[in-house]
Design a protein around this ligand. Structure first.
Ligand SMILES: Nc1ncnc2c1ncn2[C@@H]1O[C@H](COP(=O)(O)OP(=O)(O)OP(=O)(O)O)[C@@H](O)[C@H]1O
Ligand SMILES: [Mg+2]
Length: 373
């Protein structure tokens, strides 16, 4: 039987690109068939970053416009993938679109999470049904709305009788703990690339620290490291999730000692913060795990991976590539899978991960215009 095709779209907290994947489901196991990383126009990226991390007043006009602009970019990413892979729109059952998170505040009296990227625009331009708004049903049920990757990690990476950790090094780092008896847990450990990118952009004028060479040129500043690790997020028990609205450059500025370290030393200390907070979370929450499989853009940061490997020893650290799983497109694959779950009427969250009151069917369906192929 031919695979059933779904298309997954996401831009993560790093706002580095829109990742688009075409995923085939034969039986229940997703297979990555094609992928495309769609660059953001730089002015749009700057506006999103400003809105995502500043504490400035809300501008409804800016937000409404941004929602539609992001929707158009997501549609462009999907259409490019379809064209590159020679896939007719009519062959795709649905698009799962995560959108771009601009605020994630899953705790407090009125918890919320906001993703932009108008799904109606995507459905209209692609002529394919779109499933979107994946996080809010979980938040409404008392959950964090995140992370949503663990269910897919469990499906693809579980090994009965072995305890493993899947580590996603995105803008934020999150872990999925796969227990030997089949149990699954997961949470955000804290910052990963988001702060490294922001500091590198400010001091080097480059969007990211390629291979961690800027960080490797500096020395860890113990006072800054201690101040940052003192943030109360690290000591919170799971379930927990965080984002750019917490770990941003203004947060970093508040931790800097009176005699500020050099930019290279700050970059080295930010890398150490990521490595330490990840290693500490794994030591505390998954002491029995023997192997850690990393995915997300951070696997390409050699300095970070070397430091993590040392701190995680004797556990072994690999990229998911070692298991034949492309580390750059796992997250987008999850949203193709979540779209399918929605159309099948099946839950997408794991309440034991997000803290929701129960399993929930996630997302809403935006139909393609009548007469679409
Ligand atoms: N060669 C490289 N060297 C260093 N860092 C890299 C390299 N390639 C990618 N990265 C980092 O990976 C980041 C992108 O990772 P990814 O796409 O997984 O993050 P994300 O979109 O924020 O995802 P998430 O939603 O999981 O937070 C880039 O912003 C950059 O910091
Ligand atoms: Mg990304």
């Amino acid at each position: 039987m031919a695979d059933e095709l779904y298309l997954g779209l996401i831009s993560g907290t790093s706002v580095d690109s829109i990742d688009a994947v075409l995923v085939g489901f034969g039986g229940d196991m997703p297979r990555l068939l094609a992928h495309h990383a769609h660059p953001w126009p730089s002015s749009l990226r700057q506006r999103m970053l400003a809105l995502a991390q500043s504490e400035s007043a809300l501008d409804m006009d800016a937000m409404g416009r941004l929602d539609v602009e992001i929707g158009h970019q997501f549609a462009n990413a999907a259409l490019q993938l379809l064209a590159d892979s020679g896939t007719p729109a009519g062959a795709v059952r649905a698009i799962g679109s995560h959108g771009q998170t601009l605020r994630h505040r899953p705790t407090g009296e009125f918890p919320f999470t906001t993703q932009l990227g108008d799904p109606s625009v995507i459905a209209e331009r692609c002529g394919i049904d779109v499933v979107a708004d994946f996080r809010r049903a979980d938040v409404a049920a008392g959950g964090q709305g995140a992370p949503l990757l663990p269910a897919l990690h469990a499906m693809l990476l579980r090994r009965p009788g072995h305890s493993r950790v899947v580590l996603n090094l995105g803008g934020i780092a999150n872990v999925t703990i796969l227990g030997a008896a089949g149990e699954v847990r997961g949470f955000d450990t804290g910052p990963a690339n988001g702060l490294l990118d922001a500091w590198c952009q400010r001091h080097r004028g480059e969007a990211f620290d390629r291979d961690g060479t800027f960080a490797a040129s500096g020395q860890v500043d113990p006072a800054l490291l201690e101040a940052m690790l003192g943030d109360s997020y690290f000591a919170l028990p799971p379930p927990k999730s965080t984002g750019r609205e917490h770990f941003h450059l203004e947060w970093l500025a508040r931790q800097l000692p009176p005699t500020a370290p050099s930019p290279a030393d700050v970059q080295a200390t930010l890398l150490e913060l990521t490595a330490r907070s990840v290693a500490q979370a794994i030591a505390e929450q998954a002491p029995e795990a023997g192997e850690v499989f990393a995915c997300g853009g951070g696997v390409h940061n050699g300095a970070l991976m070397r430091r993590l490997a040392r701190l995680l020893a004797p556990r072994l650290l690999h990229s998911t590539a070692a298991l034949g799983i492309d580390p750059d497109f796992l997250e987008a694959t999850a949203f193709a899978w979540l779209a399918r779950q929605r159309l099948l009427g099946l839950p997408g969250n794991l309440p034991e991960v997000t803290g929701a009151r129960g399993p929930r069917v996630l997302g809403a369906v935006y139909r393609a215009p009548a007469g679409s192929p």
